[in-house]
Ligand binder design. Structure first.
Ligand code: HEC
Ligand code: HEC
Length: 376
């Protein structure tokens, strides 16, 4: 009897080449295995690093502002900030090369556009009023309804938004990549000349983190020890602003012992955007959370540089600071979701005028790098 007949089991009837050889050592398997696993993520290429390169910088906040929070994976550098500044004024981010971020966030209007609601590519009418980007670095959530969690995430959305710049991220990257000057700037800022939307977003965010407004008359009075920085009317206005039994404004437009952001970063329904029947025209924060009490709630906006950023509110419905103060005195438009801190308040004509004067003391200087760079 031969050994072949003895081994006539079902396994022996089928060829088993792997078993017949010595097993491949693990270290020889790992590299090909990782390559196969990462293919769907990177599209056959090694992932392009989006870590900033260049010279790290510390952003020094002006009087009246706290330290600027920066994400660990996007520490600002001279080069990312310079690139972000360039991109902020870049019209090629829009479909027909007509709009840059600054078209709507115009530094001459303290980074707003003076319109009731925004106007996008081809004249598309936006839904909401343009907020300033000054001090947006401090906001825990961005947009009137808080739908972006940081400046990086925010920056990509206006580019592709059909009623804003209306251009896909892919086309945006391709347009920038055709410009050798940008390739150099991306190389300086991120270590290679590759352009990705992630790099675009990080650079824009780092530039925006430098757009700080502080050292206003209010700051010099409150934090700088200059008792004459505010006029008597403005000092009376400040007292009304803080007093819970008068303006109660600081309940939401926060003033802290060491700094003032004039926002609690939270969402409130103060009775703006209510039609004649008491219905809300824009659900605001509710669209993100689906929590009933968020119906018609919007992010408390900063009040810094407020004198220059009319019209006001998420729908741009109030034209002047006088109108805003009269609105609050009236207790907002009644609706079932009105915030508990909004109620009719007794303010004399003098009180109202003083509040308006105080609001005008919140304008600080813009940083020296805020404007567009010269075209080279
Ligand atoms: C067509 C006008 C328009 C353009 C262009 C535009 N924005 Fe805006 N921006 C808006 C409007 C309107 C909002 C508020 C939208 C909302 O909350 O729903 C906004 C919100 C923001 C915010 C949030 C501020 C806050 O208080 O929450 C930031 C930051 C910002 N934009 C930065 C940018 C950057 C960066 C670009 C360029 C990539 C840009 N915007 C382009 C209109 C524009
Ligand atoms: C309950 C919180 C709360 C209180 C109290 C409050 N605000 Fe506001 N404020 C907000 C919110 C939220 C908005 C945006 C509302 C919207 O657009 O629907 C706002 C908007 C504003 C705006 C317009 C800002 C812009 O950029 O459009 C001004 C000015 C303002 N408030 C001043 C005041 C003053 C003055 C007082 C006191 C009389 C006050 N606020 C009290 C939460 C509050």
């Amino acid at each position: 009897m031969s050994s072949a007949t003895i081994l006539k089991t079902p396994a022996a009837l089928f060829p088993q080449p792997l078993r017949s050889r010595r097993p491949i050592p693990l270290d020889r398997l790992i590299v090909p295995l990782l390559t196969v696993l990462s293919l769907p993520l990177t599209g056959c290429r090694a992932k392009i690093s989006e870590m900033p390169a260049g010279t790290p910088i510390t952003i020094h906040p002006p009087l009246g502002l706290p330290a600027v929070p920066v994400p660990v994976d996007n520490q600002p550098t001279l080069q990312t900030v310079a690139l972000g500044r360039r991109l902020f004024y870049e019209q090629r981010l829009s479909k027909d090369n007509s709009l840059s971020c600054a078209s709507c966030h115009n530094p001459k209007l303290d980074f707003t556009d003076g319109r009731r609601v925004a106007k996008g590519v081809g004249g598309a009418t936006g839904l909401r009023n343009v907020p300033t980007v000054l001090n947006a670095a401090y906001l825990p959530l961005l947009f009137w309804d808080g739908r972006a969690k940081d400046l990086e995430q925010q920056a990509g959305s206006p580019i592709s938004d059909p009623i804003e710049m209306n251009q896909s991220h892919k086309v945006t990257v391709a347009k920038l990549a055709r410009d050798p000057e940008y390739r150099t700037m991306f190389a300086d800022a991120f270590g290679s000349s590759d352009i990705t939307i992630g790099r675009v977003e990080k650079a824009l965010a780092s530039f925006e983190r430098t757009l700080l407004s502080g050292n206003s008359a209010f700051d010099r009075y409150r934090y700088g020890g200059d008792n004459y920085a505010l006029s008597p009317a403005q000092q009376r206005g400040l007292a009304i602003f803080i007093d819970p039994n008068k303006g109660n404004c600081a309940a939401c437009h926060t003033i802290d012992p060491k700094y003032a952001l004039f926002t609690d970063g939270k969402f409130h329904n103060i009775g703006v955007g209510v039609d004649d029947e008491g219905n809300l025209k824009d659900m605001g924060r509710y669209n993100q959370t689906h929590v009933d009490s968020d119906r018609g709630a919007f992010k408390t906006p900063t009040l810094r540089n407020i004198e220059n950023t009319a019209p006001y509110m998420h729908d741009g419905s109030l034209q002047t600071l006088k109108e805003v103060v009269d609105f609050y005195a009236g207790g907002g438009n009644s609706n079932p979701y009105l915030d508990k801190d909004i109620r009719a308040i007794k303010l004399s004509g003098q009180d109202r005028a003083d509040l308006v004067e105080f609001l005008k003391s919140l304008s600080g200087d813009l940083p020296s790098n805020a404007g567009p760079t010269e075209k080279r």
